[in-house]
Design a protein around this ligand. Structure first.
Ligand SMILES: [Cu+2]
Length: 312
């Protein structure tokens, strides 16, 4: 036998005995040095590990469903769990949305006053941005030990994916424990840098070229926008027929058509919000065409948070 063939055969035997193809059978929390956390969106559910090591983690969201989702990563205050979120937060947001859809703005605002006190103590920690059906996106963040949630609050027929009207089932929310054990995964190396700020919106340090990029995102500051959320950044591919105004309105969940499936364009990932001074990385694969960096806030264009660019 030729040496190359023997090596291939040996690799194959080792793989068979040690389970190199583990990722195909179940979501695994580790892949090589990167501490990859596989998150699969299927239907209106997340499949993801229950426990991951602390340190740098790369969340890989594979959207195997027929609609757009994202995975907003949140660190819960001590003692709070998924059950509390589903019982005390998700129904309040759904009731508020129902009131907004009915045009009852004042009643909706009053309703949001029923959110539990601990809601304000949730730390938003990035997580994979808006990811259209069939896409796989990656977002990396440094995590301290604690209890975290991955949540998708995209809407279908006016109902948040994270809210399940059936009292016996949870919505599109997954709890995971970040353990004291450190992954010792390295910090990603960026090829592009985005700075996000209230003053200047989304700023990028170089013209994006075709191919793969790892985008570092610096949250220079943070604020609560009209939709009660902080700013973030997502990548969207624009077609000739994409209506930019419709897209901008779609980024505001509090609008009846906001964050409602189907999305008006193809979303390719990004990072959800973080506190001032924090940073995250996400991977993009750019082909020649028109794109936009866009934030999930009310009136993104007016805030410099809808930046159209062309890859040549
Ligand atoms: Cu969803």
């Amino acid at each position: 036998m030729k040496p190359k063939f023997i090596v291939t055969l040996l690799v194959l035997i080792v793989c068979i005995s040690s389970g190199c193809s583990e990722r195909e059978s179940a979501p695994s929390h580790q892949s090589g040095d990167l501490n990859v956390v596989d998150v699969i969106a299927r239907g209106l559910e997340f499949e993801a590990p229950d426990e991951i090591p602390s340190g740098w983690a790369t969340f890989r969201l594979s959207n195997e469903s027929g609609m757009i989702h994202f995975a907003v990563l949140q660190r819960l205050p001590a003692g709070i769990t998924l059950k509390d979120q589903q019982e005390q937060v998700a129904p309040v947001f759904q009731k508020g949305m129902d009131l907004l859809n009915a045009g009852e703005i004042d009643a909706a605002m009053e309703n949001f006053g029923e959110l539990p006190e601990w809601f304000g103590q949730i730390e938003f920690m990035s997580g994979p941005g808006l990811t259209s059906a069939g896409q796989t996106t990656e977002t990396s963040v440094y995590l301290e030990p604690g209890t975290y949630l991955l949540e998708c609050y995209v809407k279908t027929n006016g109902v948040f994916h994270s809210y399940n009207p059936s009292p016996s089932a949870y919505g599109m929310v997954h709890e995971l424990t970040v353990t004291e054990e450190s992954s010792s995964a390295p910090e990603p190396r960026a090829t592009l840098t985005i700075t996000l700020s209230s003053e200047r919106g989304i700023e990028i340090d170089a013209e994006p070229t075709p191919g793969k990029h790892i985008v570092a995102v610096h949250f220079e500051d943070q604020q609560v926008h009209e939709n009660f959320l902080g700013h973030d950044v997502h990548l969207v591919r624009l077609e000739n027929g994409t209506d930019i105004e419709e897209l901008a309105i779609w980024m505001d969940w509090s609008q009846p058509t906001g964050l409602q499936t189907p999305a008006p364009a193809e979303f390719l990932g990004g990072t959800n919000e973080m506190s001032a001074g924090e940073m995250a990385y996400f991977t993009v694969h750019l082909e020649p065409g028109r794109y936009a960096w866009i934030a999930e806030v009310t009136n993104p264009a007016e805030k410099g948070m809808l930046k159209i660019f062309t890859v040549r």
